[in-house]
Each structure stands twice: as structure tokens, then as C-alpha cells.
Design a protein. Structure first.
Length: 481
């Protein structure tokens, strides 16, 4: 993955900072892969100004507005959830045991066509709360229920209100089409024409342009059921606005068959032919790729967002991780939303590591370091942020983990312990742009109980209105179809 150079490296003789984290194990993920025991991190404004052994940063102590003793703790870069659906948070636990297309038809499409803007904002607040409590500092939220201008912007406000940065990839459906019929998409989701979809998305981008704490990106929802001209226009809108664009692509084998039956070409082969792959292109899943498609994604430095727990949950398949990275593709990590998995990227790192090993029957197929970088550096590359590592000049998006737990004892190898044994519950502090948003494992920006209560009430109404009570039974025997 191609890292951004750290910007505005500070003068090491000018030892002034606002926040000083002291005495930690610092996993930097820098190009030298430093793991600093007894290390400190100095932060001024929104950026890191110094990283190193605590003895070398004592000069910052006098100026620090706040000093935090991180003895027995670990400082890591903030993690990026490159593909999630916060509006789906109210569906936690429902739809289990269904493969992708039945899951969409019987659960998610009825859910998405019924949810109101008010419910979606309640869901987004709850999902963003869980994200920041889990050490996620950046989210890419593929939001499509509902996706009117007011709700899309309100969801972005909700994410920012929790202190998290990222993007709302506004879900675009457009004109009804053959792909939608084959996939069984609820007709109500095709509520705007292609031109209207582009106009709404542009209006949202104008309100939250490139560089906003939470941007808006075009999100043509799925390569199968969005028309080719609308996908191309969405990519052009992203380029004109200086943002990324995001789309589900090649998640299941059946989607390849559906697309070929309509267009007589494979999905990523079509993107390649139309010149739509670039560093702005971010594809969720991209599991079912042939060799030429892998090479095209790599040559164009596009991003594939790997969702390992979701892919196991829905039995969608296993990403061609080694081939994609060897070809030059950027790979980021995603949770795919609470309705499928959860918001815990520590679970996703471990699951991704082990999934590749059992798929290839080779314990050397992946390393914990590889997935740590995918979750942090890969996410920063995907979003274009100058973060993902703990080094001078980077954005101060950081997570402090409390590893004083039997799960981490004995403390032999920090990176392996964080990936294999880490949990969201280890998060003691989350820092975004130099601002502490989670402290002692609690949000300091919202009343957590109020967020949960509002979401619980919205859930009751949504289950009733969408007639989903059949998916809430105490014991369920799914048929898979």
C-alpha cells in the first residue's frame, strides 16, 4: 500500500504540546515498524509532534496542557472501518443463517424501505457510539435507508457528533432496472431517477465537501442493480468533487452470474473497460475476481474493502488477499455493519488473519502485522487521510488500549497480543484529531444511556412497521433460501 508522506514535520527543538501520552508501548506502524516500550507521544493541535522513548520526550512535559500516564497501556493508530452500514444497527441479531440474496430479500430490503429518517439517525448515533468505543476513529458509512438530502446530512452530523471522522457514502439506486429485478430489490428503493440521484448526492457533497470531518461520497449501491451510466456518472461526480466513491462489487458468486447475464462481461472487467478504476474507487468485498480483474484493480491503485466476518456470516467467499496486494491494490478492513457482524475491528483483524490461513491451509498465508496495517494504514490510504501510523506529522487519531487483563498475560509480543487477544473492551481512550472523544472506556460527548434508549424505541417501531417480528424469535431454524 502506498502511504502518504507525513505532513508538516515539526521542529524537534520546539518542544511544545497540548497532550502528552507517557510510558506506553507504542505500536507505530511506521516504515521502520517500530514498537517502542516505555514510549511517549506528544500531540499539538490535531497532529502528532513527537514519538519516541519517554526519556527523549521529557522536554515536552513542561508545556503539556495534559499529561496521561499510559503505563501498562498500548498506543496504536486509530482504526478505519472502511465499509459499514450504521442505519442497519437497529437490526442487530436478525437475519442470521441466510446467504446474501435471501438475507437481502427477506430482511434488509424490507428494513431499508421502511426505516424513517428519525430511526436512521438513532441507528447512526448508536453505531457511531459503538465504533468510537471500539477504537474506530474513521468510518465509511454506506447509507441508503433513507437517503434523502436531509437524512443523509443528519447521519453525517450524527457521526461527527460522536467525534468520529470519515464519510457517508450515500447509497444510489436510480432508475429501476433488470439487475434490481434479478436481485429482488424492493421497488420502493428505486424512488429517484438517475438525474435526481446525482442532484441529491451533489447537494449533499456541497454541504459536506472534500476535507470535511465527515465527507459525503457517491455510493452507487451495487454494480448489479445500478445502471452502468449512473455508476459512471457517480464516479465522475466524485472526481469533480475531489472525493472517493464506494460500491458493493462481486460479493457473491451469484452476482457475477447476474451481471454477466445482463451485460455479457464480468463486473470488474466492465469497470476496467470503462476506465472507472482509480485511486478514488473503493469497492466493498470484491471477492469473486479473476486474474485479470485482480491485476486491473492493482494497476489502478483502487481499494478493496475486506469484510472477513461478514463474508463468513453470509458464506460469501474469501478475498484473494495475497494476489490483490501483490498486484498493488490497497486493501482496507470493514465490519459491514452491526446487522451482519458488529463494529469491532479487533474481531475483524483476527478473523481476517485466520480466515486466510484456513482457506489456504497455510499458517504462513497471513501475519498479524499484515492485518494491523490493513486496518490502520489501508484505511488511511482509502480515505486519503494523513494518518494510519503513529509518527511525527501525522493526524493525532490514536487509541489507547488497557492490556492489564489476563487475556494479555504474559505480554510477550505486542502486535500479536493486540490482534489475537484484543477486544473493543480494551479501549481506554480514543483520540481523533487531538481531541479525546472516549476516556476510561466511555464517550465524553454523549449520554450513552440516552443514545441506547432512543435506538431501542426506534427498533420496536421499525420491527413492527417492517413486519420483521418473525426474525426475532428466540430459536430460529433458517432454510437458507
Amino acid at each position: 500500500m502506498e502511504r502518504k508522506a507525513a505532513l508538516d514535520k515539526p521542529d524537534p527543538t520546539h518542544q511544545v504540546c497540548d497532550l502528552l501520552l507517557e510510558g506506553a508501548t507504542v505500536i507505530t506502524l511506521d516504515e521502520d515498524h517500530r514498537v517502542i516500550e516505555g514510549g511517549s507521544v506528544a500531540i499539538a493541535g490535531e497532529r502528532i509532534v513527537a514519538v519516541g522513548p519517554s526519556a527523549q520526550l521529557v522536554g515536552y512535559r513542561a508545556s503539556a496542557t495534559r499529561k496521561v500516564d499510559c503505563s501498562g497501556k498500548v498506543v496504536i493508530p486509530g482504526l478505519t472501518d472502511g465499509h459499514t452500514h450504521l442505519f442497519q444497527t437497529l437490526g442487530r441479531g436478525m437475519g442470521d443463517g441466510l446467504s446474501l440474496v435471501p438475507w437481502l430479500r427477506r430482511f434488509m430490503f424490507p428494513y431499508a424501505k421502511t426505516i424513517s429518517g428519525e430511526m436512521a439517525v438513532a441507528a447512526a448515533r448508536l453505531g457511531a457510539l459503538q465504533a468510537c468505543l471500539s477504537g474506530t476513529t474513521t468510518v465509511v458509512d454506506n447509507h441508503y435507508g433513507p437517503a434523502d438530502t436531509a437524512t443523509t446530512l443528519a447521519v453525517a452530523d450524527a457521526i461527527e457528533g460522536l467525534g468520529v471522522r470519515g464519510a457517508v457514502a450515500r447509497g444510489i439506486f436510480g432508475d429501476p432496472n433488470r439487475g434490481g429485478e434479478i436481485m429482488g430489490v424492493a421497488p420502493e428503493l428505486f424512488q429517484w431517477t438517475n438525474d435526481e440521484e446525482l442532484a441529491i448526492t451533489k447537494a449533499c457533497i456541497d454541504e459536506r465537501p472534500a476535507g470535511s470531518r465527515v465527507e459525503v461520497w457517491p455510493g452507487p449501491e451495487n454494480i448489479v442493480y445500478v445502471t452502468p451510466d449512473l455508476i459512471a456518472a457517480s464516479a465522475q461526480l466524485a472526481a469533480d468533487a475531489g472525493v472517493r466513491w464506494h460500491m458493493h462489487c462481486s460479493e457473491s458468486a451469484s452476482e457475477i452470474d447476474f451481471f454477466e447475464s445482463i451485460h455479457a462481461i464480468r463486473p470488474v472487467a466492465w469497470l476496467t473497460r470503462e476506465g472507472l478504476l482509480s485511486s478514488r474507487t473503493t469497492l466493498a468485498h470484491a471477492i469473486w475476481l479473476d486474474d485479470d480483474e485482480v491485476q486491473a484493480i492493482g494497476e489502478n491503485r483502487s481499494t478493496v474493502v475486506h469484510n472477513p466476518i461478514s463474508n463468513q456470516y453470509l458464506a460469501s467467499g474469501v478475498i484473494r488477499l495475497g494476489a490483490l496486494q501483490a498486484a498493488g491494490a490497497n486493501v482496507a478492513l470493514g465490519t459491514d455493519g452491526i446487522a451482519v457482524t458488529g463494529q469491532d475491528l479487533f474481531e475483524a483483524m483476527k478473523a481476517g488473519t485466520l480466515l486466510q490461513r484456513v482457506h489456504h491451509l497455510d499458517p504462513t498465508a497471513t501475519t498479524v502485522e499484515q492485518f494491523f496495517e490493513i486496518a490502520a494504514v489501508g484505511g488511511a490510504v482509502m480515505t486519503g487521510l494523513n494518518g494510519g501510523t503513529v509518527e511525527s506529522g501525522r493526524l493525532a487519531d490514536l487509541v489507547v488500549l488497557d492490556v492489564n487483563d489476563v487475556r494479555h498475560s504474559p505480554w510477550n509480543r505486542p502486535v500479536a497480543s493486540v490482534v489475537h487477544c484484543g477486544r473493543a473492551s480494551d479501549v481506554n481512550m480514543t483520540i481523533v484529531g487531538g481531541d479525546v472523544i472516549v476516556e476510561d472506556g466511555k464517550s465524553i460527548l454523549v449520554d450513552e444511556q440516552e443514545v441506547r434508549a432512543v435506538a431501542a424505541e426506534a427498533t420496536k417501531r421499525l420491527i413492527h412497521e417492517a413486519d420483521l417480528s418473525g426474525l426475532t424469535r428466540g430459536w430460529f431454524f433458517p432454510t437458507g433460501s
